[in-house]
Design a protein around this ligand. Structure first.
Ligand SMILES: Cc1ccc(Cn2cc(C(N)=O)ccc2=O)c(C)c1
Length: 322
C-alpha cells in the first residue's frame, strides 16, 4: 500500500513533467509510447487503489462523468474588461495620459497579443489546480474545473520551489487554428454543422457538461496575469509576473514583449499585425499594460476597465472565408 502510493506519486510527477515538455515546451524527452505505458500503469494503480486518486493526476485529463449542470463561482477579484483603442491617436492619448498621471518621462509597457478565446480564472492551492471558472458577467462565472483539467497545456500542479499557498491565475482558453480546422473536418464527416470560428468552438467545447467531449476538442491555454497571491510576495511588474508564471509551469505566449513609450507600443502593434496570419491562434488585437505594478495602482480603474491597460484592435476585416 505505501509502496503503491509512492509509485503513484512518482508516476504523477513523471507524467505531469512529460505533459509539460510535450504541450508547453513542444519538446518531449520521451517517446509517446513511453508516456502511454506509464499512463496506463497509473490508471491501473488508481483502479486497484481508488484512495490513491488525487486532483493533480493526469488520468483526470481524459474527462469523467458528465455534470448535471455548472455551479456558479463568484470571482474574488472581478474579471474586468479592457477599453479598446482603434486609432494611433488613441494610443498616443493613452501613453500621454499615463505619463502625465505618473510624472514619468517614459513609461515601460508589457505587451502581448489579444487572444480571441475565453477568459478564465484558475485557482491553485499549494500548487494544486482546484478551481477553474469562466468570466461570466465579470462578477461570477461557471465552474468548469472538470473541463479545464482536460486542457493539456494547463498544469494540474505548479512546479519549482517558489509555490504560493494560494495563487489565482488569469488567462485565455483558445483553440489553435489547426485543431479548429480538424474539428470542422470531423463535423463535416459527421454531417454536423461547422463552427464559425475558433472562439465559438472553444466556448462550445469549454461549456460541455460532458468533459470527455471537451477532452476531444484539444483546447489550449495561455496565462496572462494573476488576480491573487497569498503566502509569498509576487514580482512587482507585469513582465516579472509573467516570467515567474513560466517558471511555475504555466504556458506563456512567446509573442509577448516589453517596450518603451508610444513608439514601442505602435512598433509592436505593426510587428504583430504583420505576422497575424502566421500565428497558430486567432488574435483580434494586442494588449498594452503599464509594466510597473506601483504605477498601475496609482492609475487605478475607470468604471470597469483599468486606466493602465488598453486593447489596441486591428481594423475589422470582411468576414474571413472559413
Ligand atoms: C499513445 C500516445 C501517448 C501520448 C501522446 C501525446 N503525449 C506525449 C507525451 C510525451 N511524449 O512526452 C506527453 C504527453 C502526451 O499526451 C500521444 C500523441 C499518443
Amino acid at each position: 500500500e505505501a509502496k503503491q502510493a509512492a509509485r503513484a506519486a512518482e508516476l504523477r510527477d513523471l507524467l505531469n513533467r512529460y505533459g509539460y515538455e510535450y504541450y508547453v515546451l513542444d519538446a518531449p524527452t520521451v517517446p509517446d509510447a513511453e508516456y502511454d505505458r506509464l499512463f496506463r500503469e497509473l490508471e491501473a494503480l488508481e483502479q486497484d487503489y481508488p484512495e490513491l486518486r488525487t486532483p493533480d493526476s493526469p488520468t483526470s485529463r481524459v474527462g469523467g462523468t458528465p455534470l448535471p449542470e455548472f455551479d456558479s463561482v463568484t470571482h474574488q477579484t472581478p474579471m474586468l474588461s479592457l477599453a479598446n483603442a482603434f486609432e494611433e491617436a488613441e494610443v498616443e492619448a493613452f501613453d500621454r495620459r499615463i505619463r502625465e498621471a505618473t510624472g514619468r518621462e517614459v513609461v515601460e509597457y508589457d505587451v502581448g497579443p489579444k487572444f480571441d478565446g475565453l477568459a478564465i480564472s484558475l485557482t491553485y492551492e499549494n500548487g494544486v489546480f482546484v478551481l477553474g471558472a469562466t468570466r461570466g458577467d465579470g462578477a461570477s462565472g461557471e465552474n468548469v474545473t472538470a473541463n479545464l483539467r482536460t486542457v493539456r497545456a494547463l498544469p494540474l500542479k505548479l512546479v519549482g520551489d517558489q509555490i504560493p499557498r494560494l495563487l489565482e491565475v488569469r488567462g485565455e482558453v483558445v483553440m489553435l487554428r489547426k485543431d479548429f480546422d480538424r474539428l470542422n473536418q470531423e463535423q463535416d464527416a459527421k454531417g454536423e454543422k461547422r463552427f464559425a470560428n475558433p472562439r465559438n468552438a472553444a466556448a462550445g467545447s469549454l461549456r460541455q457538461l460532458d468533459s470527455k467531449i471537451t477532452a476531444s476538442r484539444h483546447l489550449s491555454f495561455f496565462a496572462y496575469g494573476i488576480a491573487a497571491c497569498e503566502g509569498m510576495t509576487p514580482p512587482d511588474s507585469q513582465s516579472g509576473i509573467m516570467n515567474w508564471l513560466a517558471t511555475l509551469g504555466m504556458p506563456i505566449c512567446p509573442e509577448k514583449d516589453r517596450v518603451q513609450g508610444v513608439e514601442g507600443l505602435l512598433g509592436y502593434f505593426k510587428r504583430i499585425g504583420g505576422r497575424r496570419a502566421q500565428l497558430p491562434y486567432d488574435i483580434d488585437g494586442v494588449v498594452y499594460k503599464v509594466d510597473a505594478l506601483a504605477l498601475q495602482e496609482t492609475l487605478g480603474f475607470v468604471s470597469r476597465a483599468p486606466r493602465w491597460a488598453v486593447a489596441h484592435k486591428f481594423p475589422a476585416e470582411e468576414a474571413l472565408t472559413t
